[in-house]
Design a protein around this ligand. Structure first.
Ligand code: PRT
Ligand code: ZN
Length: 285
């Protein structure tokens, strides 16, 4: 039987989350990143551990069938692969930053400046679109120190919390793109591999949906049930179980995580008691 070969980052910011996602999808990996290629005992998948920069090329060349990379790497490498799914983790942005002391007014500042980056292609395209002339200085790591040592006037790099920029006396002045981890796939998968990928995507969506929802249980007086149901409609409608205590029921439902705190307040107002909130592991609707 064919196996779907998934390339993930060997070590770095994406590796732990990538393994965690696969495990949540029922793809356990024996051996771990000590080895180059690991088979899953419970799903027709094998995992290839690589540097993230190599993943788009390997997927385009069919050495791997799919891969997990940051969108920033996917755009920078510009290889002929498909985006199979957005994964929602390792969010960051690619931004232009200048020394704090610069009196930055607008993007014209970058004309005739030297910009250090590990993402020359994305930067070149951006500069072209904006009609700016700047010199791109490509370096592979520690881009943030370039202005301080006189190597460049500005940098174009990944920002997440902003603390790296801050501690290097830089400030973010233009966000060029936003990124998150994505699942990329080869453009010509066999029917069998495509089926495995479809099943994997189905599982990923179930896991992601579950993370965005909570299971809620509460007790309420029967005369308040209707109002409470209007606040938490649930997936179809909530389950209601009579309590041993006369005139009371237990209500079970599913609520979106983002609405959670506003819902709790409303439920208490309506007389709900003994509210329990439980994480959901998988959600198939
Ligand atoms: O060795 P390999 O080539 O595989 O790894 P790598 O060193 O190239 O990549 P790695 O592990 O650093 O990052 C992998 C991916 O994680 C990136 O391509 C992004 O998609 C994503 N990601 C998310 C980040 C960050 N957040 C991030 N904060 N990648 C890098 N950073 C760095 C950034 O370069 C800067 O130095 O963290 C610093 C900024 O962080 P803040 O929080 O101080 O702003
Ligand atoms: Zn890398």
């Amino acid at each position: 039987m064919e196996k779907l070969r998934i390339a993930i980052q060997k070590t770095g910011r994406l590796s732990e989350k990538s393994i965690e996602l696969l495990e949540e999808c029922g793809v356990t990996l024996d051996g771990g990143p000590g080895r180059l290629l690991v088979s899953s005992p419970d799903f027709p998948v094998e995992v290839l551990y690589l540097r993230d920069d190599d993943i788009p090329q390997y997927v385009a060349d069919s050495v791997a069938d799919v891969g997990i990379v940051g969108e920033n790497v996917y755009v920078e490498k510009d290889k002929p692969v498909n985006i199979a799914e957005r994964l929602g983790f390792s969010k960051c942005r690619l931004s232009l930053a200048v020394p704090k002391s610069v009196n930055y007014e607008n993007i014209q500042y970058f004309n005739d400046k030297k910009i250090a980056t590990s993402y020359p292609n994305i930067l070149r395209k951006f500069l072209e679109e904006k009609g700016l002339r700047a010199e791109i200085h490509e370096i592979s790591g520690s881009v943030e120190i370039a202005p301080g040592i006189g190597l460049a006037d500005a940098i174009f790099d990944i920002v997440s919390s902003g603390s790296t920029l801050f501690s290097n006396n830089l400030k973010e002045v233009e966000v060029v793109m936003r990124s998150e981890a994505i699942l990329i796939s080869n453009k010509k998968l066999s029917t069998e591999k495509q089926k495995i990928l479809d099943e994997l995507i189905f599982r990923i969506r179930s896991v992601q949906k579950a993370k965005k929802h909570k299971y809620i249980l509460l007790n309420a007086p029967n005369d308040k049930l209707q109002e409470i149901i209007e606040i938490i409609p649930g997936m179809k409608s909530p389950s209601i179980v009579p309590l041993a205590k006369e005139g009371w029921s237990s209500l079970h439902s599913v609520v979106p995580e983002k609405d959670f705190w506003s819902i709790i307040g409303k439920l208490q107002e309506k007389g709900a008691q003994g509210i329990l909130v439980i994480p959901i592991e998988k959600m198939i609707v």
